[in-house]
Design a protein around this ligand. Sequence first.
Ligand code: HEC
Length: 713
Amino acid sequence: MGFREKIMGLRRSTHQWGLVASAVLLAGTFTAYAAVSHSGMLLMDTSSGDNWPAFGRTYGEQHFSPLTQINDETIGRLKLAWYYDLPTGQPVSGPVSVDGVLYTATGYSIVRAFNVQTGKLLWEFDPKAPEAAGAKLRQGWGSRGLAYWNHKIYVGTQDGRLIAIHAKTGKQLWSVLTVDKDDVRFISSAPRVFDGKVIIGHGGADVGSIRGYVTTYDAETGKQLWRFWTVPGNPADGFENKAMEMAAKTWAGEWWKYGGGGTVWNAFSYDAELDQILIGVGNGAPWNHKIRSAGQGDNLFLTSIVALDAKTGEYRWHYQTTPGESWDYNASMDMQIATLNINGQPRKVVMQAPKNGFFYVIDRTTGKLISAEPIVKVNWASKIDLTTGRPVENPGIRYENGDRALMWPGPNGGHNWLPMSFDPRTSIVYIPTLEMPGAYDDRGIDAKTWVRTPGSAVDAAVNINLNADEPGAGEGALLAWDAVHQKQVWRVPNPGFWNGGAMATAGNLVFQGYADGTFNAFASATGKKLWSFDAGAAVIAPPITYQYKGRQYVTVLSGFGSSGALFGEKVARFGWQYREQARRVLTFVLDGKASLPPMVKTALVPIEDAGFVRNDELAGKGAEVYGRRCMVCHGADVMSGGIAPDLRVSLVPQDAEAFNAIVRGGALVPNGMPRFQELTDEQMAGVRHFLRTAARDFAEGKANKWKGVGAAP
Ligand code: HEC
């Protein structure tokens, strides 16, 4: 559909509305229409590129810009325009930019507005999320982004609020709690806005018995409009709609007791042509299919893309990537809307690279699979059958009879939330890929007796190990993939694991940050590196670009974050430290004049702990507490890689009083260190001793005795 037709379409729907509305309503509709038309235009997939008003720039989430001033010929002149030092915390989100103002949400959703020409801070809004989050803070990834609509900025918080902020003043306009205060749901994703509605989901299925949903709110007032549950509840309570009744037939046992999961923790795409909102649904709660659903059934709508009527939230179609999911293979990754020319036919498609390692092209009018091919090492399925749309599973993957399944990819996926980018001129998609297997077994876990262990960072009913020592584990690449022919165009290896989201532009460039501290641009046709900037800190956030007063800018946030700590040495090898390198907003322009202060990077200094007497039994008890509750931020094998303080070199575990005040007393909650008030004296002594043992091993150059202790069941 062309630009003009889209405008006409909008006018038409407004007109139809008007026909049935009363005079009062009519006036209201026209006011709303005036707002929608401006913001809606900014988000159209054919918009000019001057603004980047949403996480993926437009409704179709292509992370692509039509701007060309910065291109494969001028790229040598791309220099820093300005930078802004952010406080310590997780700066991994995608910013937005509208009419010369840049908006960022970093750490726990602290929103800032900057003048794009000068970098001057215009305002700052702090929702005080860590203080409000309670136990929800334990799954703390920080915010992944924000949204713009009609002079408002929208952001979600760790404690589950959706907040609208006045874009000019930074004042809060409204706030709604989208979760239960005391459940394990939290928000890390960027909200999306379409048709005057804001949509938001949540995370939490790895931890507790929750049932996933998405909710839309009126963008102007915050009034709730509709909610769609992603998995069925207890049939005895009746079903909310026909879709839930259908989904319930794919579940077994007493799944509702475990919640079922299916959180929409990351991706949405609005399909303006078909007026439908696509949601990317996550994995099951708990992960183990045998526990969750008596080992039977596909468990809809887990690991599915679901299309909902944008007006009513009614189910239209779904495509499930991993039926009977048991490995955290969620389908929550970004979904890109496009029209591809396949076998001479224009096809309206949605594309996704979910965690399970395949790249899917799906017909978005019907939800039928068009094609699917592996993009990383995959050993769990031999192929996706195009007739049935289902994977052809390899034997042994469901860890039966106490066997261990070594799966490629592992729970981190072949592609995670760091977004891919689609160039509509060439139909090439640029994907940040990951290579890491996971070993799964459920020894010692009995379906009859399994109960949740509250307080764990992952409570999956399966033993998981990342098997980072396997050959090829911990690698990654920027992959250019031909979406029409499902084949590789080029693949440039990344320096290790957990690298940045991608952005392609009509300047024949693809941008990507690296965990090694560089921000890079590649020729989109060949993958040749054309430009690199030394950011002095890891760059994994997705970049954006926009134009103001005739100049094109590129902005990216630097600093490590997200779930990278789970990969231990694979990310710790870059040598970043939590309090050492500044996190920054970096903005570039042709012939920019700014420069960064020299980078600081020192080696970790082992500590002296003179009074320490080793007790491996006590440390072993502490290792379990650490694996369940602390590893998610402080790192596998106590190597945090700069994502949180490295507790092998912290003085705090030497001092029982300080350790208690922080861990049990919550002294550092405002800084993002959760409170673990439930830990007993014995557990506290154990985890403290475990950390002191890790410090001693580090000082003596030895491997941690509990190396590889993964997330406990
Ligand atoms: C959600 C992430 C997260 C989890 C989970 C977490 N921490 Fe932390 N921790 C942090 C952050 C962030 C800081 C730094 C806070 C600051 O800047 O003051 C921190 C700081 C600390 C410190 C102070 C270190 C220093 O040198 O300043 C200790 C000790 C600590 N954590 C122990 C633990 C223990 C023990 C657990 C598990 C029971 C745990 N943490 C779980 C994020 C986390």
